[in-house]
Ligand binder design. Structure first.
Ligand code: ADP
Ligand code: MG
Length: 406
């Protein structure tokens, strides 16, 4: 049981339970000079999570009701998509209608299909080469979008390619020369290719900003602007995000025309995640406590967050040395290494995935039993994002955060 575990690890509820004191102005500078906002430990505690909401969304359409092509419909049936999720239900008709759309929905609710399906349905394989551009914040996310795209478009003779950093650019240039219908990329690499005149955006008719909030968090605004400035005015623009922030509003104002907004966001995912803190004396102690926890059966599929690329790799190595199966995912790994690590975790070949925030962003990692913040997140928003990896789709989730013993 989670409660007994936390008790065993001397978790103690701090006196102050002011959940409002998010970003105290006190700032501490830790490790590598990374400046973190101070987050009161009480923010990491919620021992009585709301009962997992099993609110079933009743769609007003079935996939068969949409004006999607028949090939697409039979592919959906084949992969087992029977009814649309809320965001799909509401966004697909608008996208099919050619509208610019802002789609807001929690992580894991099917935003990818909400834009891919209506776009795929509008592509004429013979005439619409280089007509779709999807921008995503990370390599992994771009890859995942491409995987979904291939699944949906099986047998439709629609081709897509992924252009992201950390992989051979010459090969991507060659891929682009073959003029795929769909280009999926990260802002940095797309600009790189534009600078080398290896990418032509004249025929883009659908432009998608996926995880727009994350792209802005990661400082891609100028890259996005540059790409957008080279797109034809007549294009359709879709912007998907889990949160709506003032910066997103600006982005939307600059790049979208009379957009329709579909918001199906429900309360923070974190509301139904059991959350607790674990006090530790120092780093050594944290290592010991973590290993003790991971030795337990109930810690089935555990996502551990660390602050630095180096620290994450070292932690994963140390777990392996103690006989706990683990993989690491961080920015110093090549694309194929990251892919392999993620796959090993998804398929339960390893029990633990140790990750940095950036590397984990946007990944679809189902059924994580526990999220452990070995190092505290830099912001409360990062925290919410981290623990959103557990307790998905109404499942029971648990999150622990290591804090300094006082
Ligand atoms: P988001 O982008 O909102 O975080 P994703 O698009 O990554 O969510 O979807 C999460 C998971 O749900 C994926 O594995 C996807 O294949 C699956 N999924 C999406 N839509 C449906 C649906 N209508 N029926 C069944 N599974 C779905
Ligand atoms: Mg997504």
């Amino acid at each position: 049981m989670p409660t007994s575990t936390s008790r065993a690890f001397h978790a103690r509820r701090p006196k102050q339970s002011g959940f409002k004191s998010t970003h105290n102005s006190r700032r501490s500078s830790k490790g590598n000079g990374v400046r973190k906002a101070y987050i009161h430990p009480s923010k990491f505690i919620n021992r009585t999570p709301a009962a997992a909401r099993a609110v079933e969304y009743t769609p007003t359409h079935l996939f068969n009701d949409f004006a999607l092509t028949s090939e697409l419909k039979s592919n959906l049936a084949a992969i087992g998509f029977t009814k649309p999720s809320a965001i799909q239900d509401q966004a697909i008709p608008l996208v099919l209608d050619g509208k610019d759309v802002i789609g807001l929905a929690n992580t894991g609710t099917g935003k990818t299909a909400a834009f891919l399906l209506p776009i795929l349905s509008q592509i004429d394989p013979r005439n619409d080469r280089m007509s779709v551009l999807v921008m995503a914040p990370t390599r992994e996310l771009a890859q995942q979008i491409n995987d979904e795209c291939r699944r949906f478009s099986t047998g439709m003779r629609i081709f897509s390619t992924v252009v992201v950093g950390g992989t051979n650019i010459d090969r991507q240039i060659r891929d682009l020369k073959r003029e795929p219908h769909i280009i999926i990329g990260t802002p940095g690499r797309l600009n790189d290719l534009l600078n080398r005149k290896a990418l032509r955006l004249d025929d883009i008719r659908h432009f998608v900003l996926d995880e727009a909030d994350r792209m802005l968090d990661m400082g891609f605004i100028n890259d996005i602007r540059k790409v957008a400035s080279l797109l034809p005015d007549s294009r359709q623009t879709l912007c998907f995000s889990a949160t709506i922030t003032p910066t997103i509003q600006t982005l939307v104002h600059d790049f979208l025309k009379n957009p329709e907004t579909v918001s199906v966001r429900t309360g923070e995912t974190s509301d139904h995640v059991m959350q607790d803190i674990i006090e530790a004396n120092d780093k050594m102690h944290k290592h010991e406590l973590l290993k003790d926890m991971l030795a337990k059966d109930e810690f089935e599929k555990v996502l551990v967050f660390g602050e630095t690329k180096f620290g994450v790799q070292r932690l994963s190595d140390s777990l392996r040395n103690s006989g706990i199966t683990s993989e690491a995912i961080h920015g110093n790994k090549s694309q194929s290494q990251r892919q392999r690590a993620l796959k090993a975790f998804k398929t339960n070949t390893v029990k633990v995935l140790v990750a940095t925030d950036v590397a984990a962003r946007g990944l679809d990692i189902p059924n994580v039993s526990h999220v452990i913040n070995f190092d505290q997140p830099a912001t409360y928003e990062d925290y919410v994002h981290r623990i959103g990896r557990t307790g998905r789709g109404g499942a029971h989730g648990t999150a622990y955060t290591f804090v300094d013993k006082r």
